[in-house]
Design a protein around this ligand. Structure first.
Ligand SMILES: O=P(O)(O)OC[C@H]1O[C@H](O)[C@H](O)[C@@H](O)[C@@H]1O
Length: 533
């Protein structure tokens, strides 16, 4: 079947089913067992969507027409699928712990990967048993969001020095983080794939001055994570404290290698290896599981269904897990930087919308803030709930029961809703009647029929976190393949960087704003007039 025929078939399914209440699909008592994917210990339930067997078949046919399996194999085997940068995409090699050779341009990259992993382990052990009490990771984007998210996620396993993160070029970030730390017992890790990112280099220089002035030794208390040997040596970091990686690891996919060093120092080598094993387990599942059994594939198809066919422009990530508080921001970069594109691989315009807006916050907090719109707003927002069977606080199990009940209640409420008749009964019981009864009832109606998926896992340990991250990486990859875009470049961040570089001397007053638009000129003028002379 051609891709356009397969696409048209899914459109037909959408048109044929758009008006129904998908709660009725549960008349099939086997639905919950059929519309889900399991790995050895995780479950993705997508039964609370309008996808039925025919629609799923059509979506799977679409994946087949897009040749997802061939693209997947090309990625894992080191082909240069990042065509605009001429690079392979091999973050999977970083967790390919015993999976055999991976060739790039005919050379096996695995010896280098494993050697660096070994060096990271030795270094992490040294730091964990040294006088270092605090570690500061300076990086931004992919060199920050991953380790910051994972360090928080795995805090119950943290038994090393405290780990902090500085990312923003706003001096507030570095100042607030370094305040209270001892420059003599702090390790600074400069994390930057390119070692040119202005925010990171500015913060690194500030931290170096802070350490020198405070009696610490940047000569021994700085480490670097980068693909740029020149950059790290020019900064003065000796090679034994540089942990390198190759350009086939994208920034937003880099947590699995040296960029994960702060996590490794925090939770130790064993914990980090378990995290890698989790990622590797998802890789193996993604490569082996067939059709509807394949969790990343189905997660992607549900996403494509909601975004490209149903027209739902955003996607809420709602972990019922306080320690996954930074996961929505992490997925924001992963999904929006990967699939926020307008042209296909060949440079032609993409004829449909591409990546959705990804946002969210942990439950139950979000319930008391923005769920109002999710339940009663005019837009449908597909929700992605996440919940662990167990927490890490066995003495406080009743909290966890409440957490689980809330998570399940939300997806049920979104699907079921509350009809006008039900709302009227409720309001009559409260003593309303006549026109006021109708008016009050209208405000208590929930349309329902709002889709969600739920990812359930046993406990948020390193292995499970590794699976979750790899699941989403592959989900984003599959969506990108179906859209025909390159998920692995990020040209969209360049223009702003170029203009910022050009504007810096204007803001400083060394150049005039002549030639800029009126708004920019006026804003420069405002800032210059209001700053301390
Ligand atoms: O790791 P670095 O080279 O410092 O890059 C940090 C980040 O900045 C860039 O602008 C990209 O948008 C991100 O993908 C990247 O992760």
């Amino acid at each position: 079947m051609t891709f356009s025929d397969a696409w048209a078939d899914v459109e037909v399914r959408h048109a044929a089913t758009a008006d129904r209440k998908f709660l009725s699909l549960f008349d099939d008592t086997g639905r919950a067992d059929t519309f889900r994917c399991d790995t050895s210990d995780m479950r993705l339930d997508y039964s609370k969507t309008n996808i039925d067997a025919e629609t799923r078949d059509a979506l799977l046919a679409l994946a087949e027409a897009a040749d997802v399996a061939a693209h997947r194999d090309a990625m894992f085997s080191g082909q240069k699928i990042n065509q605009t940068e001429g690079r392979a995409v091999l973050h999977t090699a970083l967790r390919n712990l015993d999976g055999g050779p991976v060739l790039v341009d005919g050379t096996d990259v695995m010896p280098g990967v494993l050697d660096t992993l070994g060096r990271m382990g030795v270094f992490a052990d040294e730091i964990r048993s040294s006088h270092i009490t605090n570690v500061v990771n300076i990086g931004i984007g992919g060199s920050d969001l991953g380790p910051a998210m994972a360090v928080q996620a795995l805090s119950p396993y943290h038994d090393g020095p405290a780990v902090h993160f500085v990312s923003n070029v706003d001096a507030a970030d570095v100042s607030d983080t370094l305040r209270g730390l001892d420059p003599k017992t702090t390790l600074v890790i400069v994390a930057s794939k390119t070692f040119t990112t202005v925010e990171t280099m500015t913060n690194a220089r500030t931290a170096r001055a802070w350490m020198s002035e405070g009696g610490g030794d940047p000569g021994t208390q700085f480490a670097a994570l980068s693909t740029s040997e020149d950059g790290t040596s020019q900064f003065g970091i000796p090679p034994e404290r540089v942990f390198g990686f190759e350009d086939w690891v994208g920034g937003r996919y880099s947590l699995w290698g040296p960029i994960g060093l702060s996590l490794m120092i925090g939770i130790g080598r064993r914990g980090f290896m378990a995290f890698l094993r989790g990622g590797q387990a998802m890789d193996l599942h993604f490569q082996a599981a067939q059709g509807a059994e394949n969790m990343p594939l189905m997660h992607a198809l549900v996403g494509i269904w909601h975004n490209q066919f149903c027209g739902h422009a955003t996607r809420a990530v709602l972990p019922y897990d306080q320690r996954l508080g930074q996961l929505p921001a992490y997925f924001q970069q992963l999904e929006m930087e990967s699939n926020g594109k307008s042209v296909r691989m060949d440079g032609s315009d993409v004829p449909v919308h591409t990546g959705p807006v990804v946002w969210g916050a942990p439950g139950t907090n979000g319930q008391h803030a923005f769920y109002q719109l999710i339940h009663q707003g005019t837009r449908t927002i597909p929700c992605e709930f996440m919940i662990a069977a167990q927490g890490h606080e066995p003495d406080l199990e009743h909290h966890h029961h409440l957490l689980v009940a809330n998570c399940l209640a939300q997806s049920e409420a979104l699907m079921r809703g509350r009809s006008t008749d039900e709302a009227r009964v409720l309001m009559r019981e409260k003593g309303f009647e006549g026109a006021e009864l109708d008016r009050q009832a209208a405000h208590r109606v929930f349309s329902g029929n709002r889709p969600s998926v739920t990812l359930a896992y046993p406990k948020l340990d390193p292995f499970v976190l590794g699976q979750i991250i790899a699941l989403y990486e592959h989900r984003v990859f599959v969506e990108g393949v179906i859209l025909g875009i390159n998920s692995f470049d990020q040209w969209g961040v360049e223009l702003g960087k170029e203009l910022a570089t050009a504007l810096q001397p204007v803001v400083e007053g060394a150049q005039t704003a002549d030639g800029k638009d009126g708004s920019t000129q006026a804003l420069v003028d405002f800032v210059q007039r209001h700053r301390v002379p």
